[in-house]
Design a protein around this ligand. Structure first.
Ligand SMILES: Cc1ncc(COP(=O)(O)O)c(C=O)c1O
Length: 396
């Protein structure tokens, strides 16, 4: 009854956890959620007001399939101002979240027999999205000891005549690493030489710390830009996860094909949300600055706390809002009926014993770590870390 396309999808390693959280919550147990990749802040007020204005002005009908020209022009301005990239509105498509833009791009470029290179650890959805197109995900393992920076040699070696594209996500979910200009230039030139497309997922672009700089790979040369489909959106930067607005910019023919696909799949994204996004892009710099400062404070606190727990080591992430502590030293330990053999076991243990929800590394292609989203209040982070420390001390 169910198609092989869907049957071939691997259920997310976090589904089991999500169900357990729901059961515990139903039973009245208070769980602190560090497993969800979304800002805890409300969408800034000026953006909410713009949406209300949009409704009153009648922005309630279908828009062009690629999004309104007004919004695409605003995105083009943003890409020029922030990323040093020249695009016209015709090179841009607005989708229902960055997720849809990524899926559009993959369905437009890839088919059975193709290979797509994905540096690992990776964002969970990449693998399943690639598989849905019929193409094969080819994982390139990056190393914790190198702060999960791009391993150019390994990537180069994984290229075959079937390689169609590479997925780059910087700042990275889940590792928090940021790829530097030199690495991006090398990868970009390799892709140009081998006729490989680059899906540059820049959704965490503004969430960077310690004076780090975000670089768009497409800005490094015209040839690289010609092979790049840039992905971005408003979910993370403007605390707008539920509004479902993302976008892609790239070569005209590819964006046109993505638009044809989107036209049949969903049509243009939510009209009032598109209108409100104009405000997000034009007038929200200060609110973003405040959020980033707060994330930075939490980042430093949580990494300090994690490193002070015996048995844990945690790199300082440079971007996004995730910490990925190494928890391998707990493997083989137990407490009561709990036996820890992998990151899923530890995730379950922390849920039941520490009342905190984290995400197991297995979900992101890494076995010795867990992912903790610090997009939660300082109060919850402090409480959660206390509970975690106490629970981990019990493991012998
Ligand atoms: C790396 C990465 N890309 C894309 C997305 C999707 O964002 P959107 O909410 O715009 O669909 C996420 C969300 O978790 C993400 O972590």
């Amino acid at each position: 009854m169910i198609s092989s396309r869907i049957k071939n999808m691997t259920p997310s390693a976090t589904i089991e956890i999500t169900e357990k959280i729901a059961e515990l919550k139903k039973a009245g147990v208070e769980i602190i959620a560090f497993n969800i990749g979304e800002p805890d802040f409300d969408t800034p007020e000026n953006i909410r007001n713009k949406a209300k204005e949009g409704l009153d002005l009648g922005h309630t009908r279908y828009t062009p399939a690629a999004g309104t020209i007004e919004l695409r022009e605003e995105i083009a301005k943003k890409l020029y101002k922030d990323n040093n990239l020249k695009y016209t509105y015709k090179d841009i498509i607005v989708s229902s979240g960055a997720k849809q833009s990524i899926m559009n791009a993959l369905l437009t470029l890839c088919e059975k027999g193709d290979e797509v290179i994905i540096p690992s650890p990776y964002w969970v959805s990449y693998i399943e999205m690639v598989k849905l197109t019929g193409a094969k995900p080819v994982l390139v393992q990056l190393e914790e000891k190198d702060n999960f920076s791009l391993d150019i040699e390994k990537i180069n070696k994984s290229i075959t005549s079937k390689t169609k594209c590479i997925m780059l996500n910087s700042p990275n979910n889940p590792t928090g690493s940021i790829y530097n200009e030199d690495q991006l230039l090398q990868i970009g030139n390799i892709c140009v030489d081998n006729d490989i497309f680059i899906l540059a997922d820049e959704i965490y672009e503004k969430l960077i710390y310690d004076g780090e700089k975000h670089i768009s790979i497409g800005a490094l040369s015209d040839k690289i830009k010609g092979k790049t489909i840039l992905i971005n959106g408003v979910s993370k930067t403007y605390a707008m996860t539920g509004w479902r607005i993302g976008y892609a910019a790239g070569p005209k023919d590819i964006i046109k094909a993505m638009t044809d696909l989107q036209g049949h799949m969903t049509t243009g994204p939510n009209a009032p949300a598109q209108y409100a996004t104009l405000e997000a892009l034009q007038n929200t710099e200060q609110a973003v600055e405040i959020m980033v400062k707060e994330f930075d404070k939490r980042r430093k606190y949580i990494v300090d706390r994690l490193n002070s727990i015996e048995g844990i080591s945690c790199n300082l992430p440079k971007g996004a809002f995730y910490a990925m502590p190494n928890i391998k030293s707990f493997y083989g330990k137990s407490y009561g009926n709990y036996k820890i053999g992998n990151s899923m076991d530890l995730t379950n243990y922390l849920l039941e014993e520490a009342r905190i929800a984290v995400a197991p590394g297995e979900a992101f292609g890494i076995s010795n770590n867990i992912r903790i989203a610090y997009s939660n209040s300082m109060e919850n982070i402090e409480k959660g870390m206390n509970q975690m420390e106490k629970a981990l001390k019990k493991l012998k």
